[in-house]
Design a protein around this ligand. Structure first.
Ligand code: BJW
Ligand code: ZN
Length: 249
């Protein structure tokens, strides 16, 4: 891949930002070895479209198939580490007066690289709860899956309901507090970095638009060129783990 020259205007907008918003998607964790959402699924789940597994209807219809998929992903996340992109974001938080980190990811790689306050728009794979009474469930084990397999979800000790992953599925509302904080930050920021997201899933995909509309500089970082409007929006084409460290100067 050709080396991207980062425009001076982008470096200045980031380094002089009063309030920088960093908005991340699956691509920020790709270099840690976490498959992106729209990458083809492997093994047992390869015949499915992730859009069809990530719904409450799929869970109710085939709970063991869906729970097994999430347990497989939890096992993988317990094995991987933050990459240079996560570390550059943690470093940026030390350098600008104010940084709001908004992620669509259900992993904890931002926290593990030192960002303590992370807005998780789509929940967390590590915070399962009861499908029926919503009480939190504590994992008691680390999944030890030799191979991709279906796993029966545990039951709630209070109401015997099925335990479900603590993520936001299609058709479900995003956590109210996270939504409000994310959109308030987009309204207030003077620069927003949109990193490793296809921008296909609403309402999260509107966050960079809100920032752009109120006059912030918006910078997309993605190996795929992203559509930009106006002179204050930029598409940096490349890997997050390569491009982000160059913004630190
Ligand atoms: C790299 C890289 C590297 C690779 N460096 N980059 C308006 C219009 C149309 C539809 C809707 C609408 N509003 C709502 C909808 C419906 C729906 C929706 O958006 N559908 C669209 C698909 C059309 N939205 C919803 O249902 C949402 N809920 C909702 O709106 O509720 C309303 C409501 C209100 C009140 C009551 C009830 C309901 C919920 C959306 C939840 C999304 N959940 C998921 C699953 C989470 C759990 C899990 O992980 O399994 O979230 S879907 C999935 O997509 C996941 C992700 O967070 C999300 C975004 O994906 P992301 O991060 O962009 O990943 P990818 O894979 O798409 O892209 C990766 C990118 O990285 C690519 O661009 C690569 O090029 C790049 N990349 N390597 C940098 N090294
Ligand atoms: Zn319950």
């Amino acid at each position: 891949m050709a080396k991207t020259k980062v425009p001076t205007a982008v470096i200045e907008a980031v380094q002089k930002a009063r309030h920088l918003v960093v908005f991340t998607g699956a691509g920020v964790s790709a270099e840690s070895g976490v498959p992106t959402f729209r990458d083809a699924l492997t093994g047992l789940w390869s015949q499915f479209d992730p859009m069809q597994l990530a719904t409450p209807q799929a869970f109710l219809r085939e709970p063991s198939l869906v729970w097994g998929w999430y347990e497989w992903r939890r096992q993988l996340l317990l094995q991987v580490k933050p990459n240079p992109a996560h570390r550059a974001i943690a470093e940026l938080a030390q350098r600008v007066p104010k940084l709001t980190l908004i992620t669509q990811n259900v992993d904890d790689l931002h926290e593990r690289s030192g960002n303590s306050e992370v807005i998780h728009l789509h929940g967390s794979i590590f915070a399962p709860r009861c499908f029926d009474c919503t009480r939190a469930y504590q994992f008691t084990d680390v999944p030890q899956m030799e191979q991709e397999q279906e796993i029966t979800p545990p039951r709630c000790e209070h109401c015997q309901g099925m335990i479900r992953p603590g993520v936001v599925w299609f058709g479900e509302a995003l956590p109210e507090h996270a939504m409000q904080a994310a959109f308030a930050a987009a309204e207030d920021c003077d620069c927003l970095l949109s990193i490793g997201t296809s921008g296909m899933v609403q309402p999260a995909a509107s966050i960079p638009l809100v920032a752009a509309q109120q006059g912030a500089t918006v910078v997309h970082i993605n190996p795929e060129p992203m559509h930009v409007r106006g002179t204050e929006e930029f598409s940096l084409v490349g890997l997050a783990g390569v491009l982000l460290p160059t913004l630190l100067g």
